[in-house]
Write a protein that binds this ligand. Structure first.
Ligand SMILES: [Zn+2]
Length: 75
């Protein structure tokens, strides 16, 4: 049995890995931040000083979680 070298899923993973390596090794690495949204493990380039999330969706989720914690977390 032979595995195709042109597996589209594999190619996608390779492309993402290449991008990640470029990001972690490139000039932007000092701006690299882990997304602070709950449950998100992505990294992003902080192109704005107040940016804390990889996407607007994560920003919204983080705000909602913070709001929920403040009102329901008892702490
Ligand atoms: Zn995120």
């Amino acid at each position: 049995m032979t595995r195709s070298a042109h597996d589209p899923a594999l190619a996608a993973v390779a492309a993402i890995a290449e991008e990640a390596v470029a990001l972690f090794a490139g000039p932007d690495r000092r701006l690299l931040r882990a997304c602070r949204a709950p449950g998100c493990v992505l990294y992003f380039v902080r192109n704005h000083p107040r940016r804390e999330w990889c996407s607007d969706g994560c920003g919204n989720r983080a705000r909602v979680a913070r709001h929920y914690q403040r009102h329901h977390g008892g702490g």
